[in-house]
Design a protein around this ligand. Structure first.
Ligand code: 3H9
Length: 714
């Protein structure tokens, strides 16, 4: 079907003084994507330009205010049914970009906004790239994050432009870079303020039309040449990259290995062969279960970005000033993140000025880190630091639209703080409690206005952890929920709204996982085996390391809340109390189950076994260890879904992946339960319950699914 007959075309152009100014604007879409239909338009457009004698060069822009091209249309991947079909999709994309690259007239791209995946591959096929220095301009090849590889020539053109080393860094990390870094690496030729993007790109197109060609120098000087400029050096680069991938992926993610192979193959056999291999491997990857799961996560997080948290929610209040009570690790983490991400004015309060000073210092460290990583400029850093202030009174809190308390996890203390704050803030301000376990409705019993009280459970360290649980209490007003959700999103968090119940979602489903450690150790399993099996399953760290990271004192507290709420099923690991008593709080105190020195984990502390009163002498088979760890999570997750703790399996899976690193390639605990099948899960759990006790009894939700042969995701 010709593009024009489908309605408004995405590509339009006009010729000005011999330069064709082409603009891509996918009508009715928030971002430009390269779908099959857009590909057809590209082909027709570039064919016309090739044959138009009045055109000497092309300047290409996006018609979107804040987006260049977000890549190939990911929606189309979902419809692919075979590797051959996916290979054709990739080959089609390559053909389209070959047409651009071989156009007898030079093409200059003016890039503003996200230029990702197929969008950047298009830019790579152009002769010249100008990018704006705006923070919205992010450039990269994120395909690996979707379990595929850059399949429209990216694995061929990028290494030829910037060298194998830099190209592999980009492709294998799947990370988008700011324009300044892309410029430094040679991925774009010029960096300009947005106001002059059009003029500079047009001028470049004109120069190119006059026969001028940019001179590009290989990055990295002599060392760069040694490693990138000859086959021997490149072999070393590939070997090192492969070794790193082995460590990073644990063998669970095929895409980075395939991308590496494609880049290497293309450099060895030439671009035409390289493209063929690229399309072949793209085809194979696009229909793997891993890619399907990663694409589902992409769409789920996108849906969550637009979810106001409650049906028919009133518009959120925009937070400009934030009050933080408690200047410890969490309070300062929230404060620093809020300033860095949302540029809000933060006022911090604690009992004495020395503590406040420490808190402000820790918040500032988050900004310092951004400066060090060149995420912000010196001037932005100075401006943001000036937004942080604090004191030992509630002065300044009267102007805050939102106050978050991050004080000691004790209901009496939190209620006391709530009472104090209510007398310091206005009638419209929101009070949020950063609690990990205490029900919000109970905290709100001390409030004069319980409708303005809500829970915001951040994860530690706040600046790094991507999840936020927002917990409305029984009387919380809908507008307060949408305000908390919107603010969390401004902090860059993926936000799930969860039911007000002990442990909420993440700590609830983690409880059996953490508790099982004690049983396994008592049966003679070693700490290394327990952690090792979880890592083999795909967790970033094992459960024992996780407890050390969270802090054993915190873990112990949470465990007791869970025991009180849910009974013997969630009986905590007895040994943790012994370690806490001995002053071992995990990483933060230098000792927990493991020893930490100079910020690094130095192996299991043999004394820990003694304190725990256990001896590592084999224990259950490794496969059983893994089964017990994982099925505990799945069973509790199913039970919590049945109680409505999360609003949907989607929220539950995203919470587990972003909250504690449930392996993304497994899609989350509920998708994983679907993959295993409820009937099998129930049978396995029954066998474990028979041998090990009722903590493994399959929950009613799983039994019901098994009876009906149904799934969480129909
Ligand atoms: C690729 O290019 C493969 C090639 O190598 C070869 C192929 C042969 N497709 O995130 P937002 C939608 S793979 C389809 O809220 P933001 C998104 O779902 C691709 N849809 O905006 C949402 O839809 P809705 C590699 C897409 O400003 C809407 O746009 N590229 C795509 O916060 C708004 O999105 C990527 O992986 C897409 N490619 O962030 C980039 N991109 O409104 C993926 C976006 O219906 N995209 N949508 O929910 C992103 O990272 C962000 O969307 C972006 C904008 C940074 C662009």
């Amino acid at each position: 079907m010709p593009a024009a007959s489908r309605g408004e075309p995405a590509l339009t152009w006009e010729v000005q003084d011999g330069i064709a100014v082409v603009v891509l604007d996918c009508q009715g879409q928030p971002v430009n994507t390269i779908s099959r239909a857009v590909k057809d338009e590209f082909r027709a457009c570039f064919e016309t330009l090739a044959n138009d004698a009045s055109v000497q060069a092309v300047a290409f822009f996006s018609g979107k205010a804040e987006n260049f091209i977000a890549g190939a249309d990911i929606e189309e991947f979902v419809t692919l049914t075979s590797a051959a079909e996916a290979e054709r999709l990739s080959a089609d994309g390559q053909d389209m970009l070959e047409q651009v690259a071989r156009l007898p007239k030079p093409v200059a791209a003016g890039i503003h906004g996200a230029c990702l995946g197929g969008g950047f591959e298009f830019a790579l096929a152009c002769q010249y790239r100008v990018a704006t220095d705006h923070p919205k301009t992010q450039i990269g090849l994120p395909e690996i994050q979707l379990g595929i590889l850059p399949g429209a020539g990216g694995c061929q053109r990028l290494p030829r432009l910037v060298g194998a080393r830099a190209a592999l860094d980009m492709i294998l990390a799947g990370k988008a870079e700011r324009a300044a870094k892309a410029f430094r690496l040679g991925m774009v030729d010029e960096l300009v303020p947005p106001a002059i993007l059009r003029d500079v790109t047009l001028a470049a197109a004109r120069r190119l039309a006059g026969g001028w060609r940019p001179k590009r120098r290989r990055q990295g000087g002599f060392v760069g040449w040694l490693l990138d400029g000859n086959p021997l050096g490149r072999r070393l680069v590939f070997r090192a990259a492969r070794k790193q991938l082995d460590q990073r992926t644990g063998g669970h993610y095929p895409a980075p290995f395939a991308a590496l192979e494609t880049v290497e193959y293309g450099l060895r056999h030439g671009i035409a062969e390289g493209l063929r291999r690229e399309a072949q491997l793209f085809g194979q990857l696009a229909v793997t279960d891993v890619s399907r799961k990663l694409v589902q996560i992409f769409f789920a997080t996108n849906q969550l970005k637009k979810d106001p948290g409650v049906p028919n929610a009133p518009a959120p209040v925009t937070v400009k000033r934030l009050g933080i009570v408690g200047s410890g690790f969490m309070g300062s983490g929230i404060a620093g993140t809020a300033v860095a991400q949302a540029g809000v004015d933060v006022r911090m309060k604690d009992a004495d000025l020395a503590r406040v000073a420490n808190g402000l210092f820790a918040s500032r460290a988050i900004l310092d880190d951004r400066l060090k990583r060149r995420r912000i400029t010196k001037y932005e850093h100075a401006r943001l630091v000036a937004l942080l202030s604090g004191g030992d009174t509630y002065a300044g809190f009267g102007r805050a639209e939102l106050v978050i308390e991050a004080v000691f996890e004790d209901i009496a203390v939190k209620q006391q703080v709530l009472r104090e704050i209510e007398s310091a803030i206005t009638e419209t301000s929101v009070f949020a409690s950063n609690t990990s376990t205490i029900p919000i409705t109970s905290i709100a019993e001390a409030a004069q206005a319980p409708e303005r009280v809500i829970g915001m459970h951040f994860f530690s360290p706040v600046a790094k952890m991507p999840l936020l649980e927002v917990i409305p209490g029984a009387r919380t007003a809908p507008g307060v929920v949408s305000t908390a959700v919107a603010f969390g999103r401004r902090l860059g968090k993926t936000v799930i709204v969860v039911k007000d119940s002990p442990g909420f979602w993440v700590n609830r489903i983690l409880a059996p996982y953490a508790n099982e450690i004690g049983h396994l150790l008592a049966e003679g399993a070693s700490i290394e085996t327990i952690d090792g099996m979880a890592v083999r399953f795909g967790f970033p760290v094992g459960p024992v390391t996780l407890l050390d990271e969270v802090g054993l004192d915190v873990a112990e507290k949470v465990a007791h809340v869970m025991l009180a709420a849910y009974g013997d099923r969630l009986q905590p690991t007895a040994g943790v109390a012994a370690l806490v008593k001995a002053g071992r709080l995990g990483r933060k105190s230098g000792r927990g189950f493991y020893i930490y020195k100079g910020g690094k984990k130095r192996g299991v502390d043999p004394d820990a076994y003694e304190l725990l009163g256990v001896h590592p002498n084999g224990g259950p088979r490794p496969a059983e260890i893994l089964q017990r760890l994982v099925l505990g999570i799945l069973n509790e997750a199913a039970r919590a879904v049945g109680e409505g703790v999360v609003r949907s399996p989607r929220d539950g899976d995203i919470g587990a992946i972003f909250g504690f690193g449930f392996p993304p390639f497994r899609g989350g605990p509920l998708r994983h339960a679907d993959d295993l099948g409820a009937a099998r899960l129930v049978a396995d759990l029954e066998r474990l319950a028979e041998r090990l006790g009722p903590r493994f009894a399959p929950c009613e939700v799983l039994q019901d699914l098994a009876r009906r042969d149904a799934k969480f995701y129909p």
